[in-house]
Design a protein around this ligand. Structure first.
Ligand code: SF4
Ligand code: SF4
Ligand code: SF4
Length: 336
């Protein structure tokens, strides 16, 4: 496996740009902090209102100003450096040895995020080039209008102004409603922790990095520069230029630009997204459906248990639709 190590150490300090001429990234020669400042200066960082319905049209004015990450899956070589970096920066995760991330047998089955892994890389067959499989890193998508935040009745999950969706274990009561609500099946639960179990999910490295304008640890660690960190509005432009310039390399779809009202993590792919386990969704966020129900119920003082029953039924309905979309992220152990 060829992993380009050069340049990775500069990732945090230097802004990287993708050259349409060469098809590769180049150091822009400016300080990353300045780069982020410049991007932020274009339109400022958006503040998110939980009760705003997130329609694709509204995204153009506010939600695209938050930070995000563009993942170009065509560049990933499956080295798992991102998984290792995530494990190292998140001290609350069980410690794994560096060697455990060299084990490529993990690609023999599909993995999902777990209580000990905020991010996982999976391998997919490439029908057009069987000797060159496609690797895809996955983690919390940090939705613009997150269903997990909407579902949490104690405010343990919050959407931050930079785009991150954060989790506060001190507020969490362990109802796991966020796990049911998440359309990407991201939050995991510490079932093995009998005394103080918590919900686990990627935090966008909010506390240690992104709140300070630094790229997430997984982004910084990637030797292939698969991921680009910056303002979502700029990332969308970069992605669309790549699709335009290399129509044979990418399918003409930027996943996360519109799905469910948009996500902070955006994906480019050479394979149709359903082939790499990305569920097919419409443009309207899940809370746009559920919050009017919640508000109506509270307005008429329907007891909380009834609220759970009604919303549980609605989430079951969404899950059925999700199953129909042939997402196999939850079918662990089944190679495509
Ligand atoms: S992907 Fe799931 S856990 Fe992450 S922000 Fe969206 S709804 Fe929440
Ligand atoms: S953003 Fe941070 S917490 Fe999320 S997958 Fe990357 S390293 Fe892990
Ligand atoms: S995203 Fe980067 S660090 Fe992660 S497996 Fe792919 S090439 Fe390696």
């Amino acid at each position: 496996m060829s992993c380009r190590k050069d340049g990775a150490k500069n990732w945090d300090q230097q802004a990287i740009a993708f050259s349409l001429e060469t098809g590769k990234y180049h150091n822009m020669g400016i300080n990353r902090r300045d780069f982020i400042k410049q991007l932020a200066g274009i339109g400022g960082i958006a503040l998110f209102a939980k009760d705003v319905n997130v329609w694709a049209g509204e995204q153009t004015t506010t939600l695209r100003d938050s930070l995000g990450v563009l993942v170009d899956t065509t560049l990933c070589v499956g080295c798992r450096s991102c998984e290792k970096a995530c494990n190292q920066i998140n001290q609350e995760l069980p410690r794994k040895t560096p060697q455990s991330f060299n084990d490529n047998s993990v690609f023999d089955k599909k993995r999902r995020m777990a209580a000990d892994s905020y991010t996982v890389v999976n391998r997919y067959n490439n029908p057009g080039n069987s000797g060159n499989p496609v690797y895809v890193k996955f983690q919390c998508m940090h939705c613009a209008d997150p269903a997990c935040v909407s579902a949490c009745i104690v405010g343990a999950l919050t959407k931050e102004s930079n785009g991150a969706v954060k989790y506060d274990p001190w507020k969490c009561i362990g109802c796991r409603y966020c796990m049911t609500a998440c359309p990407f099946q991201v939050p995991a639960y510490e079932y093995n922790n009998a005394t103080t179990p918590q919900v686990r999910k990627c935090t966008f490295c909010f506390e240690k990095r992104t709140s300070k304008g630094k790229a997430p640890a997984c982004v910084q660690a990637c030797p292939m520069e698969v991921m680009t960190f910056g303002k979502k509005r700029e990332l969308i432009k970069i992605a669309k230029k790549r699709i335009e310039k290399y129509p044979d390399r990418y399918i003409p779809h930027l996943y996360g630009e519109h799905e469910l009202g948009g996500t902070s993590w955006l994906y480019l792919s050479s394979l149709p997204f359903e082939k790499i386990d990305f569920p097919k969704f419409g443009y309207i966020s899940t809370p746009s459906y559920t919050e009017p129900i919640q508000h109506a119920i509270f307005k008429h003082f329907i007891p909380p248990l009834t609220l759970f029953a009604v919303l549980g039924g609605f989430m079951w309905f969404l899950r059925q639709r999700k199953t129909e979309s042939k997402s196999v992220l939850n079918e662990e152990g089944q190679e495509k």
